[in-house]
Design a protein around this ligand. Structure first.
Ligand code: PLP
Length: 373
């Protein structure tokens, strides 16, 4: 057996990016400017078009970006926000931290928030719901035409959580282009990962961009003039410089490699016990994760088998957000029994998928999946 095939391989990434990273760090050091300077604004300008938006506002992380997006859109304590029970906990935590009340509907069989359920919920109680916060899960895009129609028909703001899906497309449109605000994460495992934490909120509306810039910086409108109760959540100059020099210029290439590996998995993993997700015909995924679904009673056994063959795996996600103990401390609404999401939480296994996997490693993952009985 060779070395372990990792879910993410930051050492291999370092071999590729260290020169531009050192250059970026040197430039920031020599500039003498460490917070909210040119590096952040240059990065914001380069980032916005990835989401089909005019403006990007760099923040400390995606959770803060989501909380501030809700605040910028005028969500007040007690307002209901429709979202998915099956995502990173941060999606819901942002709603709770903004004072909102999360309302959960079920997912479809691929783990994405079920847009039929979203529409049903809005039909029944749209006067109560003040925003919709869908997630483009696993790097697969939701149907943007439907999201746009929901936003227009109910005149309700959509905030797209694009943390796992930068660059994913529905037909010719990028995820993030339809919501009034879209958010993303530069957490190191994400497709556009920094060397630490970071996030951003994107919008086409100048007044929202102004509010977001203020909210990330203590709610200042001008120095020492606080018009909003903001927080401290600025993207670092250092992280922005690293993203500018070392990561963003490689994003298209890294995404293409992810897609190549995922396509090989989708094509070659053939085992009646392993269900693989197929993208919708109009979808171009960016394959942030590669989820497969196995019978729940055999999931541990499957993961142990992979581990013993030198293949790391993970579960995204082992439980539903409304079932987390922390949720006992806040109000929320279950608008629909999340039974499909619960089934996925019991059966999902994520296979290694990152741009630095070698072809022989991809082949090994496929072979061991196909050999599992
Ligand atoms: C990672 C992730 C987040 C949180 O991002 P942070 O930058 O760590 O706050 C939110 N939503 C989704 C879907 C994520 O995958």
């Amino acid at each position: 057996m060779g070395t372990m095939i990792l879910l993410n391989d930051f050492k291999r990434q370092w071999e590729t990016v260290q020169e531009p990273v050192f250059q970026a760090v040197r430039r920031v050091g020599e500039s003498g400017w460490l917070i909210l300077g040119t590096e952040v604004s240059v990065f914001e300008e380069a980032l916005a078009p990835w989401f089909g938006k005019q403006e990007a506002v760099g923040m400390g992380n995606c959770m803060d970006a989501t909380e501030h997006a809700l605040r910028a859109l005028g969500i007040l304590p007690g307002d209901h926000v429709l979202t998915t029970p099956f995502s990173a906990f941060a999606t819901t935590l942002a709603i709770v931290r903004a004072g909102g009340v999360p309302v959960f509907v079920d997912t479809d069989d691929s783990g994405q928030i079920d847009l039929d359920s979203v529409e049903n919920c809005l039909e029944r109680c749209y006067h109560k719901i003040r925003a919709v916060l869908p997630v483009h899960l696993y790097g697969h895009p939701l149907n943007l035409d439907r999201l746009r129609k929901i936003q227009e028909h109910y005149s309700i703001p959509v905030i797209e959580d694009c943390a796992q899906a930068i660059g994913a497309k529905w037909m010719d449109e990028s995820v993030g282009s339809c919501g009034r605000i879209s958010v993303t994460s530069f957490y190191p495992t994400k497709n556009l990962g920094a060397m630490g934490d970071g996030g951003a909120a994107m919008t086409d509306e100048p007044d929202l961009a102004i509010a977001l810039r203020s909210l990330r910086d203590y709610g200042q409108a001008a120095k020492y003039s606080h018009e909003l109760l903001g927080s401290n959540s600025r993207l670092d100059e250092l992280q922005a410089a690293i993203l500018n020099d070392a990561i963003l210029p490689r994003l298209a290439e890294m995404t293409a490699r992810r897609y190549e590996i995922a396509s090989a998995y989708r094509h070659a993993i053939q085992n009646s016990e392993i269900r693989v997700l197929r993208p919708e015909p109009d979808a171009t995924p960016v394959d942030h994760l590669f989820p497969v679904f196995v019978p729940s009673a055999r999931r541990d056994e499957f993961r142990q088998y992979l581990q013993s063959e030198g293949i790391q795996s993970a579960i995204h996600y082992p439980g539903l957000i409304p079932d987390q103990p922390a949720m006992r401390a806040c109000p929320f609404v279950i608008s629909e029994d999340p039974r499909r999401a619960r089934e996925l939480a019991a059966t999902e296994v994520s296979l290694p998928l990152h741009p630095y996997l070698r072809d022989d490693e991809v082949a090994r993952v496929i072979d061991f999946c196909n050999a599992w009985h």
